[in-house]
Design a protein. Structure first.
Length: 587
């Protein structure tokens, strides 16, 4: 309960802090919006001779920012208004829109000082001149790159292309400074001549009594809106020169820009009707306390309901977990949330434990049966020999030896399977030739096959290599061949093959024996499984050979499958990753 109370209190504090931060961010956003509105309307004025058509821009800006925007003449006549006519304007203008005097503003930081750089007037290049300047700039940049300099193109508002680096004019190597990019076009030359005349007239007679002459070049065009340093002769006053340049530019550009106007910004509703939401008066404080208390009560009620719904299935799960293991108790899955998934996982774990218990019991029973038979045979023959009922002739000794070998074979197979289950099976990998591996297995089983009148063949492609343990792989193929020999009648055939399949090597053991029925096929790799339900040894074997095959193949990152048609034989297929050919073996 304490946690809930603290959580609700922290939530309330967080809400207050978040609201305060939101108000501050809103104020910052309003200032950013105001600056953007003024910048865009100044751009409209800089590129139009009058205010015709500004209504659409005002409406679009209002839709974007959610502010009321109105533009009037200096005498108060409304030029454009984003809201309905008749709504009173704010008490005072937010800024003055004048692209030629952007340092005239009523709010600090509204605009930068100087002439709006978008006001180019007679300096605007036509399409042909823009293309010509672009070509010259491309040649200049290519020359700069040949001498290790870099830069990018930027088009100034007049349409002239300049080369910049890191936002500033790029340094030009002396080898590329041919002056071609700084030569005014016909349009620029005409406008500059007019500007030079205006500046010269403004400067008037020099201190020596003569007329001061002044020359402005194309560099002025790329710096509209800034106050550049002016390099003049010693008889010229620097400040007066700069003032003359500014006033002459304004006189030259004035016919090309819209007249000065006033900008009004508001929220769209009358200032007197605005209601303060966050005044934190006594009434509002009471409302906050009431809402917080209501939230606390609601939170407590919801928490109690959720807790009851959560605890009930957990109690059932706990009760099932405390049941004796042999009962394998399960719980009902009544929800699809975390508790339901937990119950489903518990049921799956119980089912898996039940399966493992059944497998363990079957394993113990199978091991006891498999070991009891050879031990019983050995004990029986030894007892009758001890009692003098049978003479210990060579045949008896050979029979006892066979039973001991079978017992040893079962123990060795169980040891290999146990090592595989425990993850301690050791593999001594080395490059193994698939051709030699198959040949060795065929040679080892040739005598037994000939004795049973069974043909043992092999078909392999040379040059196939495995990264495998040769002893384990011979044991795998040996188990498969031994299994086929036990189930193939006289006159039958067993064929071993090795072939490539992409990056893998496919080994197969195919026989023409009795085959495996469809219902028995999924169980052939299970431990102690035999097709004879009586579990006798009429066909020999420990019942673990195919299980060992699967264990060893999977340890080599491979797969083994079995296919069979009853009466037509069986095919065991091994897919193993291919390995590289050793360096000392010709490819």
């Amino acid at each position: 309960m304490t946690i809930i109370v603290v959580s609700v209190g922290a939530t309330a504090w967080l809400a207050v802090e978040t609201t305060t931060r939101a108000v501050q961010e809103e104020r910052g956003q309003l200032l950013s919006d105001d600056t953007d509105i003024l910048r865009r309307l100044s751009g409209f004025a800089a590129t139009h001779e009058d205010w015709d058509g500004v209504q659409a821009s005002v409406r679009a800006l209002s839709d974007t920012t959610g502010r009321r925007i109105a533009v009037t003449t200096t005498s108060g006549r409304v030029i454009a208004d984003s809201h309905s006519a008749g709504m009173a304007l704010p008490a005072r203008a937010s800024a003055t829109i004048d692209p030629l005097r952007t340092d005239t503003y009523t709010e600090p930081g509204a605009q930068l000082s100087g002439i709006d750089p978008r006001a180019v007037g007679p300096y605007a290049l036509d399409a042909t001149e823009r293309k010509q300047v672009r070509v010259v700039a491309q040649k200049r940049l290519a020359c700069m790159e040949r001498y290790g300099s870099t830069g990018t193109f930027r088009q100034v508002p007049s349409g002239r292309t300049v080369i910049v680096a890191d936002g500033e004019e790029a340094d030009v190597p002396i080898e590329c400074a041919d002056g071609s990019l700084n030569t005014p076009t016909e349009t620029e030359a005409k406008a500059l001549d007019e500007l030079n005349k205006l500046v010269t007239a403004c400067l008037g007679p020099g201190r020596d009594g003569g007329v001061a002459k002044f020359g402005l070049g194309v560099s002025l065009i790329t710096h509209f809106g800034t106050r550049s340093k002016v390099h003049t002769g010693p008889a010229i006053d620097h400040q007066k020169t700069q003032d003359c340049i500014d006033s002459s530019q304004r006189s030259q550009l004035e016919p090309y820009v819209a007249p000065r106007a006033l900008l009004y910004l508001g929220s769209g509703q009358d200032q007197d009707q605005r209601i303060s939401v966050f005044d934190l008066s006594t009434g509002n404080k009471a409302k906050i306390v009431g809402v917080t208390a209501a939230i606390l009560v609601l939170t407590l009620a919801l928490t109690a309901a959720v807790a009851i719904r959560l605890v009930r299935p957990l109690r059932a799960l706990t009760a099932a977990a405390l049941q004796p293991p042999q009962l394998h108790a399960r719980v009902a899955v009544t929800t699809k949330d975390e508790t339901g998934r937990l119950a489903a996982a518990f049921n799956e774990l119980t089912e898996r434990r039940e399966q493992l218990e059944a497998q363990r019991k079957a394993m113990v029973s199978d091991v006891a049966h498999e070991l009891r038979t050879p031990l019983t045979n050995i004990r029986g023959w030894l007892e009758v020999t001890r009692d003098g009922l049978v003479d210990p002739d060579p045949d008896l000794i050979a029979s006892l030896h066979d039973e001991a070998l079978l017992l040893q074979h079962i123990i060795d197979d169980l040891r290999d399977l146990a090592a595989g289950d425990a993850g301690t099976l050791e593999l001594h990998r080395e490059p193994v030739s698939a051709d030699e591996l198959v040949a060795q297995v065929v040679y080892a089983h040739r005598g037994r096959a000939d004795a049973s009148d069974i043909r043992l063949d092999s078909r392999t492609e040379p040059g196939l290599w495995l990264d495998a343990d040769p002893v384990r792989m011979r044991q795998v193929l040996g188990n498969l061949v031994s299994n086929s020999l036990r189930h193939t009648p006289a006159g039958g055939t067993i064929t071993l093959t090795a072939a490539p399949d992409g990056d893998t090597v496919v080994l197969t053991v195919r026989d023409t024996g009795s085959g495996i029925s469809a219902e028995d096929l999924p169980q052939v790799f299970e431990r102690f499984w035999r097709a004879e339900k009586s579990r006798n040894r009429r066909t020999g074997g420990s019942g673990l050979g195919l299980s060992i095959v699967r264990q060893f193949v999977e340890a080599h990152d491979g797969t083994v499958t079995a296919e069979s048609t009853p009466g037509a034989g069986a095919v065991f297929t091994l897919r193993l990753p291919g390995g590289p050919c050793p360096d000392n073996v010709p490819s």
